[in-house]
Design a protein. Structure first.
Length: 300
């Protein structure tokens, strides 16, 4: 039995006329008759009663027609599903996120992706960089976003955006009156930073900036996320050097200022995924990221 024969039978069952069914199928009437005969032999069952005046469905034919309609619908659904999966229009996208990146770029990219690919199920998973790498290896994540990620042989890193480091200051601090802050002027100020032990921590980059002045940070408090850091600044607990995206945390009692340094005071946001992963959903998401960055960076 062939799918073609099933389609031919359904056309005859709906037209109840071989000539009209043949015209509808764009084949000759004798060819259609042969295909129906072969179908009946393959089942085997008589599906149609024919005479010189009319064609009618047997009870077996009526049942076969009802099942045939459902089979073709299921086949079409399977074909549509497979096509959408093959081009990234359907599937699952598991995204690892962290701190400051969720305050700016990632929500915008996800919104655009979900608009273009509404049938892809997107899930977000807050994780630090080590957890993201492990989840990628275990295929629990499709892609992750992070900063200062150490190189791994099986993980691809792609730069998404470079942004400046800025300084968060209590609104009552005298430095809050300045339009920008020179790092050399705050070397003795207490800082709220990430722990030193975290791989690729912002603490390492801040220490490098301080070393350009022959100084080390005065650490008032160590925290593991940018929200806590800014909340402590708002409470007057110290200053904090953070990525530019953090300024979207508009807590009362905090102001953000550009930071002037002797060294490189920029930081990269990167996305990471498994090397060699050619899955259509991942490739569609990467393309969305690249297009979004290209458009927004050209407007700066």
């Amino acid at each position: 039995m062939e799918i073609r024969q099933l389609r031919y039978f359904i056309a005859v069952a709906e037209e109840l006329n071989f000539n009209r069914a043949a015209e509808r199928l764009h084949i000759t009437q004798p060819a259609l008759s042969r295909q129906i005969q072969q179908l009946e032999e393959a089942i085997p069952a008589v599906l149609l009663e024919r005479n010189s005046k009319r064609v009618t469905l047997t009870d077996a034919g009526k049942s076969f027609y009802e099942h045939g309609i459902r089979i073709l619908e299921q086949l079409q659904h399977a074909a549509d599903e497979s096509r959408m999966l093959s081009v990234g229009q359907r599937g699952n996208l598991s995204v690892g996120i962290f701190g400051s990146a969720i305050l700016d770029l990632i929500p915008q990219v996800l919104h655009r992706f979900s608009t273009i690919y509404p049938n892809v199920n997107v899930s977000l998973h807050p994780m630090d960089k080590d957890a993201q790498i492990q989840a990628l290896r275990e295929r629990r994540l499709t892609i992750g976003f992070n900063r200062l990620v150490p190189a791994e042989p099986d993980i691809e890193q792609e730069r998404v955006r470079t942004e400046p480091l800025i300084i968060a200051i209590p609104a009552t601090h005298p430095l809050a009156k300045r339009k920008e802050v020179e790092l050399g002027d705050v070397l003795d100020e207490p800082l709220i930073l990430y722990p030193r032990g975290v791989r690729g921590s912002l603490m390492v980059q801040v220490r490098k900036l301080y070393s350009e002045y022959g100084a080390v940070p005065v650490v008032a408090q160590e925290v593991t996320d940018v929200t806590t850091s800014i909340a402590l600044v708002a409470a007057g607990g110290g200053l904090s050097i953070v990525p530019n995206a953090a300024k979207n945390l508009r807590l009362p009692g905090v102001v953000y200022r550009p930071l002037k340094c002797r060294g490189d005071s920029s930081i990269e946001l990167i996305c990471l995924y498994r090397k060699g992963d050619k899955s259509p959903v991942l490739q569609a998401f990467l393309q969305t990221i690249r297009e979004f960055i290209g458009e927004t960076d050209s407007q700066v």
